[in-house]
Design a protein around this ligand. Structure first.
Ligand code: PGA
Length: 251
């Protein structure tokens, strides 16, 4: 049975005071989370230690929003996977569409980051998804096939490492225009079939979460689909009431 994930991507937002207030308002120690539910937040890097201290012994795990494709060394401004582990991270987002579009993260770099994260025993959350133009042109599956192949095609893997895929249609991110559960399910099913090309039947054990305007009001309907294993939540992860309600939906 696959875990169900609620992942909160805070993006480049927040101050110490705002983050403390947000965490104070979340049900950090709820014992009501079901045993296969996983909740994690992805704060901006300067606040990882602050959040880690606050989350210690809570039900919420910690992740980073990106990682370097290089090992520790002379790479000014970058964060190595080992450093994220050292700061208490268990997860890392890889290839978020904002990183792809605004920070030159091409397929080659994204593949490098994914496998560096795996080597350091981080759990990568590989983000894939089509742009509005690609969606309108009907090329969603081709785009996703290429994004997955860039990471997995050359990999000679017998055992799938622990990782998560996040399907995030770019046209749904921050727009309020959530994909319908049926549409998202069709893409998730396609992603699982693509993963089977590399991992065979192990693809059934890999969690695929949906992201793009997820909030408490649509989360449960998305979760009802057989191949939707949770949500990667941006805007609503910054709303304690909404995020708390989504946490409670996993009880
Ligand atoms: P959103 O962002 O929930 O605000 O649409 C999702 C994301 O970028 O991961």
């Amino acid at each position: 049975m696959r875990n169900t994930y609620l992942l909160g991507n805070w993006k480049m937002q927040g101050t110490r005071a705002q983050i403390t207030a947000l965490l104070d308002a979340l049900p950090l120690n709820t014992s009501a989370l079901s045993p296969n539910a996983v909740v994690a937040v992805f704060p901006p890097a300067p606040y990882l230690s602050l959040v880690q201290q606050r989350l210690n012994d809570s039900v919420i795990g910690l992740g980073a929003q990106t990682v370097s494709e290089f090992p520790p060394g002379a790479y000014t401004g970058e964060m190595a996977a080992e450093m994220l582990v050292d700061c208490g991270c268990r997860y890392v987002l890889i290839g978020h569409s904002e990183r792809r579009a605004l920070f030159d993260e091409n397929d080659g770099r994204i593949g490098g980051k994914f496998w560096r994260a795996v080597d350091a025993a981080l759990i990568p959350v590989l983000c894939v998804g089509e742009s509005l133009q690609q969606w309108q042109a009907g090329t969603t599956f081709a785009v996703i096939e290429q994004q997955l192949a860039a990471v997995f095609a050359d990999a000679k893997i017998e055992q799938a490492p622990p990782f998560i895929v996040a399907y995030e249609p770019v046209w749904a991110i921050g727009t309020g225009q959530v994909a319908s559960p049926a549409y998202a399910q069709s893409v998730h099913q396609f992603i699982r079939a693509e993963l089977a090309k590399s991992f065979g039947s192990q693809s059934e054990t890999i969690a695929i979460v949906y992201g793009g305007s997820v909030k408490a009001a649509n989360f449960v309907a998305l979760l009802a689909e057989p191949d939707i294993d949770g949500g990667l939540v941006g805007g609503a992860s910054w709303q304690s009431e909404d995020f708390g309600q989504m946490m409670r939906a996993l009880s």
